[in-house]
Write a protein that binds this ligand. Structure first.
Ligand SMILES: C[S@@+](CC[C@H](N)C(=O)[O-])C[C@H]1O[C@@H](n2cnc3c(N)ncnc32)[C@H](O)[C@@H]1O
Length: 216
């Protein structure tokens, strides 16, 4: 059974080709073929992980629709223009390393689910010539996951939009639990900064005030 996180990623795909980098078990690719009749390249840097994907692909008989490749990011993969690149379940630095390959710029869409540093991730993507098309937040096993789709284009965002997400901010009612979680995270941080670190306390306080200003 595919997780809600991966199903949400699948729901944001609308191109005939997908490159799933870091596919691990390959279950997302199998779901995409089954539900959307797409062609997928399922790749992973780890041969053992890819072997799991190969077994699953064979189990479903999808060898013609899913090509499996061992590759560090896009190194051994060609990117066509009608392609969505998906990178999920990794940290921001690994995602940034993968997307630093110039081939990434050819993609029609890039869907990312980073485990951390969403501000830096959005900032990096904007500097790389992409704009935010859509954002979705889901909560699974008590963890919030933010999934962002980027398309080629230019758009300016302010700091709070980069931190919280412009689409999330446009949908405050839908995402009120997530926004409250972000606010509580800053309150927790502030409470735990020792009193002697005045400038850090002040910085965190200002950020908290800004978040509160944006979400109320
Ligand atoms: C935590 S799993 C996530 C699997 C799946 N994408 C998901 O969201 O459930 C991360 C996978 O990314 C792979 N990975 C890490 N760095 C990579 C890289 N530079 N290129 C390709 N795959 C990578 C790992 O081997 C691992 O299988």
């Amino acid at each position: 059974m595919l997780s809600c996180r991966l199903k949400t990623i699948a729901s944001m795909v609308d191109t005939p080709n997908v490159i799933d980098i870091g596919c691990d078990h390959g279950l997302l690719d199998i779901y995409l073929v089954k539900e959307k009749n797409l062609f997928c390249i399922a790749s992973d840097i780890n041969e053992n992980a890819l072997n799991k994907a190969i077994k699953n692909v064979q189990k479903y008989g999808y060898q013609k629709m899913i090509k499996t490749v061992v590759s560090d990011g896009l190194e051994k993969i060609d990117v066509r223009e009608d392609t969505t690149i998906i990178i999920s379940g990794m940290g921001m630095h690994t995602i940034k390393h993968i997307l630093s390959n110039p081939k990434a710029k050819r993609a029609n869409k890039i869907i990312l689910q980073s485990n951390n540093d969403l501000y830096l991730l959005r900032e990096f993507m904007v500097k790389s010539g992409f704009m935010i098309e859509n954002e979705k937040v889901i909560k699974e096993k008590n963890i919030y996951y933010v999934i962002i789709s980027f398309i080629p284009g230019k758009q300016k965002y302010n700091k709070m939009e980069l931190y919280i997400g412009p689409i999330i901010l446009q949908n405050k009612i839908i995402y009120q639990d997530y926004l409250k979680y972000l606010q509580d995270k800053e309150i927790f941080k502030l409470k735990n900064i020792p009193k002697k670190y005045l400038s850090l306390r002040l910085k965190t306080y200002i950020k908290l005030k800004k978040i509160m200003g944006y979400i109320t």
